[in-house]
Structure formats: C-alpha cells, structure tokens
Design a protein around this ligand. Sequence first.
Ligand SMILES: [Zn+2]
Length: 254
Amino acid sequence: MKITRYKKVQKYLKFYQNNFGFHQPYQVLIDGTFCFAAFKEQINIREQLPKYLNGQLKLLTTRCVIIETERIAKKTHGALTILKQYGIHECGHKEPVSGAKCIMSMIGNSNEKHYILATQDRDLQDKLRAKAAIPLLYLHNKSPTLAKPSKASYDKAGQTLQCSTVFISETQNETLKSMKKALGVEDKVEEIKVPIKKKKTHNPNPLSCKKKKKKPNTKQQTTKREGVSEGKVKKRRNKKAPRIIKDQLKYPPQ
Ligand SMILES: [Zn+2]
C-alpha cells in the first residue's frame, strides 16, 4: 500500500513538473485549517511532508492566514504556533483578508510561483480545483495526501500536450523520412558490406605473401635441412631397408 501511495505522489509531482514547471524545493503554502488538522492528529508537518513528497520543501504561509488563525478562538492556539514557524510570503494585503481570499490572491491566475496548497478547507479546495496547475495537499486522517491533479490541470496540460504532439507528429514524419532514408542507406551499406566481404576473400592473397615471407625462412631451413638431410637419408635408407627385406621375404617363395 505504501509503495503505491508514494508512486502516486511521484507520478502527480512529475505531472506538475513536466507540464507546469514545478521544481524543488517545492513551495508549500499552508493555511490555518491544515495546521489545525495537523495539530489535532499530532502530525509533524516539517518531518512528514518532505518524506511524503520525497523532496525538499519550503513551508510557507501569509500574514493574513496567521492573523485569521489568531482571531479564531483559543482552539487554534496549537495551529498558530505551528504556523508561526513557517516562512511568510508577502501577500501585499495592507488590510488583512480571510485566509482563503489571501491564498486565492497568492495563486493569481496561473500559480506562477508554483505553490503547492496545503488546506483542509473544502470550499477553498473546490476553488483551487477549478484552476489549473495547483497541487492540493490535505490530511486524510493522519496521512498527508496529494490530490490527483484536477480536470482543469489535465485539460490545460492536454492542450500543451496536443500542441506538442502536433510538433511531435511533424518531427515524427521527418524522423520517419530520415529513418527510411537511413534504412535505405543501411541496405546500401549491407550491399557494400558484401563486396567488403569479397575484399576479405581477397585478403587471403596477403596470406600468400606471408607464404612468400616464409619461403626465405624455408630456404634457411632447407640449408639447415641440407645438413640434417644426411640423417634423413639415413633414415630413409633405414626405412627402405625393411622394404627390401620384405621384398626379399616376398621373393624367396617365388
Ligand atoms: Zn494576505
């Protein structure tokens, strides 16, 4: 179960990387509801999220989110202490707005700063799902969970993919043509290879040259043989002798 969980996360993260330019360290924008849930479930966000996303993270929040969490009753005191540990990204709200509004303004039209949004706020999640290129992180009981990319994200990625596939198809045609050419060349190369093999058959001629080289050696050997030849002749005589004996043996019966 765990392996498939991590595989899913990596698959989703790659989707955001490939289509929308997300990269490490991931900027995780965290709101009060997420911190409240983490505090309630006794989860160490700083430890668990990098493990789950298998990457370096910047944990961030905004002033508006902190102020909103401060305003809500003492229940959220634990969440507030967690929130205050994180880096604060400037939202530019002189008059603090609600956390959800602030986050929506941080995202802007296209989430240019590549925030991963960590929130338990269902309404905010729905608003974020309607936009493309916003990874959603939430706590499912005690498990941090990266939501499947929204339809809006897939649609936008699909557009970019379609655009790229047009390019790919053109390039594919070119590559196919070049491949065919290459194949034709390869056939020619094979044809050429055969005469090369014939040339290899011509190569034995140099072997005959080697024989020529051997000849002087043989001459030297022959000179040696001339010396040795006497012994050989003697041996031959020895060999002939038995034949004669055989002949002699054969003759007597006649
Ligand atoms: Zn703000």
